[in-house]
Design a protein around this ligand. Structure first.
Ligand code: NAD
Length: 266
């Protein structure tokens, strides 16, 4: 039986832990050759070794996504090592949850933009020509539900909205090279990016119709679908994976509040 990513060559950023790690493990188990990229070198090396010890193919390469030269080096490495590039997951990201815009410094603003948005731009720019030479490509940009609404993490939210525009523009431009470009917008996922934010996680679970946060392994199969040939006619879309938060969360709370009134009628 053919594996779902058999013969695919994939580069995943921010893959030493969290959602990127889940994607690396899943992609490799479905037959992809995976380049794990991150700035957490020890973790990334250990992960690659672990995946190889299960009989799959994975390598680690240091890549700071905000550095264009690092991108060129990573793309050169994967081209030489594995012979091309078919899948790019722009997953690396950092958070900055500050309740007020007035508290965000210019340096903080710029850092979030450099990693979350410019990093994704560099990734698309350096990967697309190699994907063209490889015959086809799928680029998946990891956004957030913060990119579908206003949110108190303003710099982060601005980058995730930016990712949506970048995704659609790149999908339009690179369709003629047989490269699909899509965005995945997770809701709340239990990873290190939310360390120390237990109150936030609890409130988000309460507001989410499925009533909980997701595990990283609940996002990776969606990313894998978009990476695979099963999604061969899917490009330029925003795929929301949020337990119903953005689609139905508000009405759920309206319903619960209305029904809590004595003798309430809807
Ligand atoms: N966890 C959530 O609730 C959630 C929700 C929506 C979207 N996201 C997005 O999902 C993506 C993955 O995040 P996660 O939840 O796995 O968190 P995480 O913190 O576990 O993973 C992020 C990874 O990105 C790496 N990274 C940070 N800066 C980098 C840089 N300059 N260059 C390369 N790698 C860098 C980190 O080292 C880490 O391995 C991020 O883009 C994040 O914004 C997360």
């Amino acid at each position: 039986m053919k594996l779902r990513l058999e013969d695919k060559i994939a580069l995943i950023t921010g893959a030493s832990r969290g959602q990127g790690e889940a994607e690396a493990r899943l992609f490799a188990s479905e037959g992809a050759k995976v380049l794990i990229c991150d700035i957490l070198d020890d973790k990334g090396q250990d992960l690659a070794e672990d995946i190889r010890s299960d009989g799959h193919i994975a390598e680690y390469f240091h890549l700071d996504v905000s550095n264009e030269e690092d991108w060129q080096n990573a793309i050169n490495y994967i081209s030489k090592k594995f012979g091309g590039l078919n899948v790019l997951v722009n997953n690396a990201g950092i958070g900055l949850r500050k309740p007020s815009i007035l508290d965000i410094s210019a340096e903080e603003w710029q850092k979030v933009l450099d990693i979350n948005l410019t990093g994704t731009f560099f990734g698309i720019k350096t990967a697309a020509p190699v994907m063209k030479d490889s015959g086809s490509g799928s680029i998946i940009n990891i956004g957030s539900i913060a990119g579908t609404t206003g949110h108190f993490a303003t710099a982060y939210t601005a980058t995730k909205w930016g990712i949506r525009g970048l995704t659609k523009s790149a999908a339009l431009e690179f369709a003629s090279w047989n490269i699909r470009v899509n965005a995945v917008h997770p809701g709340i996922v239990d990873t290190a990016i939310l360390e120390g934010s237990d109150d936030f996680k609890e409130a988000m679970s309460w507001m989410t119709p499925l009533g909980r946060v997701a595990g990283p392994e609940e996002i990776s199969p969606v990313v894998m679908f978009l990476a695979s040939d099963e999604a061969s006619f899917v490009t330029g879309i925003d795929m929301i994976v949020d337990g119903g938060f953005t689609g139905t969360g508000a009405f759920r709370q309206v319903f619960l509040r209305a029904m809590a009134q004595p003798g309430s009628k809807l």
